[in-house]
Design a protein. Structure first.
Lengths: 391, 297
């Protein structure tokens, strides 16, 4: 994505102009429980074949949105379209979507095969066809040969596969997944992530997943919608969400970030300068932002985009190349260090007392430039690294 | 904690002692005496000799009494079935009611429970008798109709002192016994299972019979048992609401102890009734054990 596109994105420009027909459209959907708006005027399109993630903290309305799609809740206002058809008044059992529940909701009194066959029996699929499809679905989720087991003889991961097979065997237009990985242990979660991706590519069905785990959303989804307090905050591909967040909420929710509040001192098409009271030096940007001159903006800099440099007593600040001298470099002292294996994280206290998070990859086994607690350092960043946020 | 009080024998004895003494003196001992009576025979007006005879049991199994046993079982079974048919939708409705409504609905189910049985039974008599509320209401409508069509005088329905009144009374009295275990079973049910069923395309009826009922089966079984047992031994309801042909085994037992003054025979009938109850419990236990085994195997 080019700079111009970035600018458009940052300021709420529309990158959904030339698109294939959406499979699902939310049109100004609002859902109120009493006075509380769990979902507040959400408009959203999801394309065929996407792996779409609804991401947000608990209580943000993502699950309500999914449940409205499944038919367990009805919108207070607005419409939901599947393939262009308004399904707002279609009961859950008549919708071309199937759901994998957070608790899996595998029927405990039926065998695995009966669980998977349940939806096909409803559809009056012939016995021979049914057996074939059940076997096929169980193979697909790697549960071949376990059809006669009862759910209480399965592990949590296997029960989830049953839930997946049971939903996929119906060949839905859209598969809904409610927090699919939250109940699994760390190792299994990692494995299931990859498998869900492969599975989606294999079956080619549109997946919509609800999650509060940003890593999960970034790893799995082709596009994410970030929600907060019932409102849609941003809809974008994972890398765009991370690199081009449109608000402090999104910048902070996705990954870790240093936020500097300031004003736009200079705003030219070719460059801009943000003056922040919390920083002794200006933040120089190698692009214009067309923001409110003199108004409050926030510069968001990710910890891994900040460099650490040694600071001898009389040393000059490091030259960041694209930034003029006297900008984008601040003197500080390392106050906290955490070695995490692949990377190390530091907290650097700068002049004025503010702590800045810095992340540094451990590229070699014997680190040539070993940074220690209490060491005097420069923190510096490139002119393209900060994201400018207006809200 | 659990370990320590088991070790403290004195504390254990002090806690367990009084109820144990109570049970032995007021339950085990009287039962043993009545059991002993059942093997004796009357020698005087108040004197009973313990002869070890089984004549009382032989008499209890004569067709006359056997018929009453069978009829009692049948009435209790019908009561239980009606309670199940009425209680299941009620329990289901309470389960899906809002948290606030739930408390009130459960209170409504419990309320008759806390009222004296005699008062409730007499209230039913007031409702059902010839000049009772039901007949009054029907008569009012009848007279309304009589103004437009020649219907003649209203003939009151005979609602009291027959088998119908007994069944109605028993169902009314025993409904909470059925609703409460059903409710506790249904309330424990994971609601996402019902949503999953709907999600997979099943309608509400299929969801009810394929998911809800099978999963509520333990609750249904215990509801049936704890309705059937007291209904089988019902005394007051058939006594007050029934007619000459609607006496149940408990009424016969009462007559032996009082009017007939045949305690040994009454004792034998009592114990037969208790054995019948034991059989019902054993059948239920066997069924539920078989169910568990099937679940594992």
């Amino acid at each position: 994505m080019g700079r111009g596109a970035q600018a458009a994105d940052v300021f709420g420009g529309n990158d959904e102009v030339t698109e294939p027909k959406p499979i699902i459209t939310f049109e100004n959907v609002t859902k109120r429980f009493g006075k509380l708006a769990a979902v507040d005027n959400v408009s959203l399109s999801i394309r065929e074949g996407e792996f779409f993630a609804l991401l947000g903290p608990s209580g943000c309305g993502k699950t309500t949105l999914l449940r409205m799609l499944a038919g367990f809740e009805t919108p207070t206002e607005g419409r939901i379209l599947i393939d262009g058809q308004d399904i707002s008044n279609v009961p859950p059992n008549k919708r071309p979507v199937n759901m994998v529940f957070q608790s899996y909701a595998v029927f405990p009194h039926m065998t695995v095969a009966d669980n998977v066959a349940y939806g096909l029996k409803v559809d009056r699929v012939s016995k021979a066809e049914r057996d074939r499809r059940v076997e096929e679905a169980l193979e697909l989720v790697q549960l071949g040969g376990l059809g006669q087991r009862k759910p209480d003889q399965l592990s949590g991961g296997q029960r989830q596969r049953v839930a997946l097979a049971r939903a996929l065997v119906k060949r839905p237009r859209v598969l809904l997944l409610d927090e699919p990985l939250s109940a699994l242990d760390a190792k299994l979660r990692e494995q299931m992530r990859t498998e869900l991706c492969t599975l989606q590519e294999k079956v080619g069905i549109t997946f919509i997943m609800v999650t509060h785990d940003q890593d999960e959303a970034l790893a799995l989804a082709t596009r994410c919608a970030v929600m907060s307090k019932g409102l849609l905050q941003q809809v974008a591909a994972p890398n765009d969400l991370y690199e081009f967040p449109n608000s402090r909420f999104v910048a902070d929710f996705i990954g870790s970030v240093n936020l500097f509040e300031g004003v736009l001192a200079v705003d030219e098409p070719s460059h801009a300068v943000i003056r922040s009271p919390g920083l002794p030096t200006d933040i120089f940007l190698d692009h214009g932002v067309t923001g409110p001159r003199g108004g409050t903006v926030w510069a968001a800099i990710r910890p891994e985009k900040i460099e650490l440099h040694k600071r001898p007593d009389d040393g000059e600040p490091p030259n960041m190349g694209d930034a003029p001298k006297g900008t984008n470099a601040v003197a500080g002292v390392i106050k906290h260090e955490a070695y995490l294996g692949g990377v190390s994280t530091y907290e650097v206290e700068i002049e004025g007392g503010r702590r800045v998070k810095v992340q540094r990859p451990n590229l070699t086994r014997w680190d040539q430039e070993d940074f220690r607690l209490g060491e005097a350092v420069w923190i510096a960043w490139h002119a393209c690294s900060p994201a400018v946020l207006l809200s | 904690m659990e370990q320590s009080w088991k070790k403290a024998k004195a504390v254990f004895a002090a806690a367990l002692g009084p109820p144990l003494v109570w049970l032995v003196v007021f339950f085990v001992a009287p039962m043993a005496i009545v059991w002993a009576y059942s093997f004796g025979h009357n020698v005087g007006l108040t004197e009973i000799s313990f002869t070890g005879t089984i004549a009382n049991y032989a008499r209890a199994l004569e067709p006359l009494y056997l018929k009453i046993f069978v009829k009692s079982a049948w009435v209790a079974a019908l009561t239980t079935a009606l309670c199940l048919v009425i209680g299941f939708p009620v329990a289901l409705a309470i389960t899906f009611a809002s948290q606030k409504a739930k408390t009130w609905l459960l209170l409504l189910v419990m309320l008759p429970f806390w009222t004296n049985l005699l008062i409730r039974t007499y209230a039913l008599i007031a409702v059902l008798r010839t000049e009772g509320y039901v007949n009054q209401t029907f008569e009012w409508f009848w007279n309304l109709g009589a103004k437009v069509a020649p219907l003649g005088a209203y003939q009151p329905l005979e609602l009291l002192h027959n088998n119908f009144a007994v069944i109605l009374g028993l169902v009314y009295v025993h409904l909470p016994f059925m609703v409460l275990p059903l409710y506790s079973a249904l309330d424990r049910l994971d609601k996402s299972l019902l949503e999953a069923s709907l999600d997979l395309g099943a309608g509400h009826l299929r969801t009810l019979f394929r998911i809800v009922v099978p999963l509520a089966l333990p609750g249904i079984a215990s509801g049936i048992l704890i309705t059937f047992i007291p209904a089988l031994g019902a005394y007051l309801t058939p006594d007050l609401l029934g007619g000459p042909d609607s006496q149940m085994i408990a009424n016969v037992i009462e007559r032996q102890f009082k009017r007939a003054n045949d305690w040994p025979f009454g004792a034998a009938l009592s114990f037969l009734l208790m054995y019948l109850t034991f059989i019902a419990i054993a059948v239920q236990a066997l069924l539920s054990r078989g169910k568990k085994k099937e679940g594992v195997g």
